[in-house]
Design a binder for this molecule. Structure first.
Ligand code: ZN
Length: 106
């Protein structure tokens, strides 16, 4: 038996993940975020259960998916990332947000 492997999940290749994504840019600072699917959000929530967050911690966790990582603008104000936004995003970590399907779809 290998004692250390079962819990570990291989890290996804972040580049290929991002390419398949809907990308949104913060209107305030231009930071680019990718949109999580409901399945991914649910998987994340399950992962967090082991930490038994209290209400305040859970609130912080949830709100992190609904605002800009950098300037904390609400994710509901994001717009679809343009090519220059994506080019700029190549230099930073693209972080997930979880937003309604219509955000940025205009
Ligand atoms: Zn921002």
């Amino acid at each position: 038996m290998d004692a250390k492997s079962p819990e570990r999940e291989p890290r996804k290749n972040s580049v290929s993940v991002v390419l398949e994504r809907r990308l949104l840019a913060c209107q305030e600072c231009g930071w680019v975020h990718y949109v999580m699917t409901a399945e991914e959000k649910a998987a994340n929530d399950r992962f967090l259960e082991r930490y038994q967050l209290n209400d305040a911690e859970r609130f912080i966790y949830e709100s992190a998916f609904r605002q800009c990582l950098r300037c904390e603008s609400p994710a509901s104000e994001f717009t679809t990332a343009r090519e220059e936004d994506v080019a700029r995003a190549a230099g930073h970590l693209v972080t997930p947000v979880f937003v309604a399907a219509w955000v940025g779809a205009h």
